[in-house]
Design a protein around this ligand. Structure first.
Ligand code: NAD
Length: 480
């Protein structure tokens, strides 16, 4: 396994767990040093135990020196990074090509070289050319095997994937790939064998589609705010249709992370360069970028429009829960926009702060969620970590200078938040605000009328309290 990052380490550990002997190679000596000491350089639930067990049982090894590992391998996976190339959005393939050169110089006997990194169409052809040029005598096949795991659930995704995609027309390579994935094959996981170029495109098409689905529900959330509808119920109502499906329909602050932003850009670039631009993806990229800025505006609006000199507490920095990955996290756009408006920002994240400290300037980091909200003028939830779903709200309210909660993940119930006296802003749930306007009958003179509002476009009238069909009915929770 060349590259021992989020994908390489998880794939390596899982292949070892399937019974294969795996050596994970990385150029980053500090990563390998940690792994050799039994430490896991990233946060991924369950990975520490899986690695420890397979190391103990003599199937999983780590090194910075690839020679032996490559010489002895039947299959070599390339799992190095393919970040966006500065300037044009194309995938930077220098790490992939660098790995191909190293592999070329060392392979012995029939070997398959499998690209697990996400790479644009035609990269496999290029890898093949590089190896052939350096080693005209080599007996090898280049295979595409894109990875679909999600950080935070990576082990389960690797061991119980929806499908495995393998791109090659080499029969021996197919056999070897079947053997490598044998435990899954026996479990009837579909293995899609296809052409290499098609396999490469499947990965981009999948990520672009999911990014588009997220962006779609985000725009529907905006519409819900404009027309007093509830995005969670819309999502449930459409998601129960099997043709649409329920996943990736949670409104949020815009997609981020190590894959969707760079992969949508790279697909856009490939499509344009090939004379077949994909307008849906171009629009998705544009809408998503604008949304992150709009979220900073939403927080400011909830605080009365001017954040200058005010303190905003931010809960959650990583692009999603259960990872320490900060790459292209929405917080990296939202926080600087607030700071630029003069806000003081104090942030807390259970796993992401170490990374975030090198990426965010002018931010104070807190030791925990309650320290974070202490004395703040508002709190914004950007990442839905479990511990933020179960906050002691009385304690939060007592700690805040003003009881303003901006929930960019819709993890709280608007009615309950209003009943607790918060000014609560969430995404696309105007009906939540309507229900909360109803006063409990035993409460004669509530001290402060709780205010719940959604961000509105300037020409819109505010939501009017309404009884009727939604009275007393809580918004539908999305399951799963
Ligand atoms: P990463 O940055 O975490 O890890 C890449 C590793 O490769 C680094 O540790 C780097 O030091 C190492 N490396 C680079 N060149 C090397 C070389 N020549 N020899 C040895 N090591 C080398 O990246 P990642 O998140 O694991 O992503 C890897 C690929 O998988 C990318 O193409 C990504 O798009 C794709 N992918 C990522 C995810 C995800 O959730 N992170 C999911 C599916 C696919």
């Amino acid at each position: 396994m060349i590259g021992t990052g989020y994908v390489g380490l998880v794939s390596g550990a899982c292949f070892a767990d399937f019974g294969h002997v795996v050596t994970c190679v990385d150029k980053d000596a500090s990563k390998i040093e940690k792994l050799l000491k039994g430490e896991i350089p990233i946060f991924e639930p369950g990975l520490d135990d899986l690695v420890a067990q397979n190391v103990r049982e003599g199937r999983l090894f780590f090194t910075t020196e690839p020679t032996e590992a490559i010489r002895n391998a039947d299959a070599i996976f390339i799992a190095v990074g393919t970040p966006s190339r500065r300037g044009d959005g194309h995938a930077d393939l220098s790490y992939v090509y660098g790995a191909a050169e190293e592999i070329a110089d060392l392979i012995q006997g029939y070997t398959i070289v499998v690209t697990k990194s996400t790479v644009p169409v035609g990269t496999g052809d290029e890898v093949e050319k590089i190896i052939k040029k350096r080693r005209p005598d080599a007996d090898f096949a280049v295979v595409s095997n894109p990875e679909f795991l999600r950080e935070g659930a990576a082990i389960a995704d690797f061991k119980r994937p929806d499908r495995i995609v393998v791109g090659t027309d080499d029969e021996r390579a197919r056999e070897l790939m079947r053997e490598l994935y044998r435990p899954l094959y026996l479990n009837e996981t579909p293995i899609l064998f296809t052409e290499r170029r098609t396999s490469e495109l499947i990965k981009y098409a999948a990520n672009a589609f999911l990014a588009m689905k997220i962006t779609f529900i985000n725009e529907i959330a905006d519409l819900c705010e404009a027309v007093d509808a509830n995005v969670q119920e819309v999502a449930r109502g459409i998601g129960l249709d099997n043709r649409i499906g329920r996943k990736f329909l949670n409104a949020g602050p815009g997609y981020g992370g190590s894959c969707f932003p760079k992969d949508t850009l790279a697909l856009m670039k490939t499509a344009r360069d090939s004379g077949a631009p994909i307008e849906l993806i171009e629009t998705t990229v544009r809408v998503n970028a604008a949304r992150k800025q709009a979220m900073a505006h939403k927080i400011a609006e909830a605080m009365g429009g001017d954040v200058s000199g005010k303190t905003v507490a931010i809960l959650g920095l990583t692009f999603k829960p259960n990872t320490d990955d900060m790459r292209d996290a929405p917080s990296l756009d939202i926080i600087p926009a607030l700071v630029a408006e003069g806000a003081r920002v104090r942030a807390f994240d259970p796993e992401g702060m170490h990374e975030a400290k090198g990426m965010l300037r002018d931010v104070e980091f807190a030791a925990g969620p309650y320290e974070c909200v202490q004395g703040a003028d508002a709190v914004a939830i950007i990442t839905e970590w479990d511990q933020f779903r179960a906050l002691d709200l009385a304690r939060v309210k007592a700690a805040l200078k003003a009881p303003v909660v901006v929930d960019l993940r819709n993890i709280y119930n608007p009615a309950e938040m209003a009943a607790k006296g918060f000014t609560y802003v969430s995404l696309g749930r105007s009906h939540g605000s309507i229900q909360t306007q109803e006063r409990p009958s035993n409460q004669q003179n509530p001290p402060v009328e709780p205010q719940v509002f959604a961000q509105r476009r300037p020409n819109q009238t505010p939501a009017t309290p309404r009884s009727g069909p939604y009275a007393g009915q809580l918004h539908a929770e999305i399951e799963g």
